[in-house]
Write a protein that binds this ligand. Structure first.
Ligand SMILES: Nc1nc2c(ncn2[C@@H]2O[C@H](COP(=O)(O)OP(=O)(O)OP(=O)(O)O)[C@@H](O)[C@H]2O)c(=O)[nH]1
Ligand SMILES: [Mg+2]
Length: 258
C-alpha cells in the first residue's frame, strides 16, 4: 500500500536541475552523482525509503521569505505584508530519480523580537537559505549575521547553503547587475549557491526549489551510502524525531517574545 501522497508532475525530477550562476554554485556537474543514480536504480522496488530534508529560511524582516515559500508551495502572491510571528512551515513532496523525497520548509520571522523562538527551530537543518532583498543593501549587509546564527546549532560541514536575492522585479538591470556582482562574491566567500528570484512574477522560484530538492536529495543519499560503507542499496532512513517535530500553536510564544 503506497503511504505517500501523490506527487505533482513538476515535483518529479529525473535530471539534475542546473545552477543559476556557475560563479557561485554548490557544484557544477551536469547530472546527479553516478553513485546516487546507481543506488536509486538498485533500490528494492516497492520499498519506499522515506527521505526528508529540513530547510530553514532566514533573513531580515520583509525581504520576502514567506512570499517565496508561498509562491512555490501554493503558487500565490500577497502584496500585503503579514509578518511571520515566530515560525511557520510547509511540507513539499518530490520524487527524485524515482525515490520519494520531502522538503520540510521552515519559514522564520525576521523580526528581532521573534528571534528567540525562530532560532530554536534552526537545529538539525540540512539546508540553510539566507534571503536578502536585491533592492535593500541593508538586508544584504546582514547576511553573514543570519548565517552565523543559523549555523550555531548545526554541523556546518554537512549544511548546504543558498544565498537568495529576492524582489528581482523591482530592480533595474543596471542596479541588479551591480548587486549580483556583490552577491556572487559573498556567496563564494561563504560557500553558498547564489540565486535571484521574484515571488511576484515567479521568476526562478520553481527552478530554485527544484535545485534545492535535488542537491538535498543527492547529499542525503551520499551520506547514507557512506554510513552503510558504500553499499549500493539504501535502507529505510530512520527519521529522527526533531525532523518531524511539529510545533503546537501555543509553543509559538516564549518568554522574551511576550
Ligand atoms: N515586488 C515584490 N514584492 C515582494 C516580493 N516578495 C515579497 N514582496 C513583498 O514584500 C513584503 C514582505 O514579504 P514577506 O514575504 O511577508 O516578507 P518576510 O521576509 O516573510 O517578512 P517577515 O515574516 O517579517 O520576516 C510583502 O508586502 C510582499 O508583497 C517580490 O518578489 N517582489
Ligand atoms: Mg514572513
Amino acid at each position: 500500500m503506497n503511504l505517500l501522497p501523490p506527487i505533482q508532475n513538476d515535483r518529479i525530477i529525473s535530471r539534475l536541475p542546473q545552477c543559476f550562476r556557475r560563479e557561485a554554485a554548490l557544484h557544477r556537474r551536469e547530472n546527479f552523482n553516478d553513485k546516487v543514480k546507481t543506488a536509486c536504480q538498485e533500490q528494492p522496488s516497492g520499498r519506499l525509503a522515506y527521505k526528508i530534508s529540513k530547510v530553514i529560511v532566514v533573513g531580515d524582516l520583509a525581504v520576502g521569505k514567506t512570499c517565496l515559500i508561498n509562491r512555490f508551495c501554493k503558487d500565490v502572491f500577497d502584496r500585503n505584508y503579514n509578518a511571520t510571528l515566530g515560525v511557520d512551515f510547509e511540507i513539499e513532496n518530490f520524487q527524485v530519480l524515482g525515490v520519494p523525497f520531502t522538503l520540510q520548509l521552515w519559514d522564520t520571522s525576521g523580526q528581532e523580537r521573534y528571534k528567540c523562538i525562530a532560532s530554536s527551530y534552526y537545529r538539525g537543518a540540512q539546508v540553510v537559505i539566507v534571503a536578502f532583498d536585491v533592492n535593500d543593501i541593508g538586508s544584504f549587509s546582514h547576511v553573514r549575521q543570519w548565517l552565523e546564527e543559523s549555523l550555531e546549532d548545526n554541523d556546518v560541514a554537512a549544511i548546504q547553503l543558498f544565498l537568495v536575492g529576492t524582489k528581482k522585479d523591482l530592480s533595474s538591470p543596471a542596479q541588479y547587475s551591480q548587486m549580483e556582482r556583490d552577491a556572487l562574491k559573498l556567496a563564494r566567500e561563504i560557500g553558498a549557491e547564489y540565486w535571484a528570484v521574484s515571488s511576484l512574477t515567479g521568476e526562478n522560484v520553481n527552478e530554485f526549489f527544484s535545485r534545492v530538492a535535488s542537491l538535498g536529495f543527492e547529499n542525503s543519499i551520499l551520506a547514507e551510502l557512506e554510513e552503510k560503507g558504500s553499499a549500493t542499496q539504501m535502507g529505510e532512513v530512520p527519521i529522527s524525531s526533531h525532523l518531524l517535530y511539529i510545533p503546537s500553536k501555543k509553543e509559538k510564544k516564549c518568554s522574551c517574545c511576550q
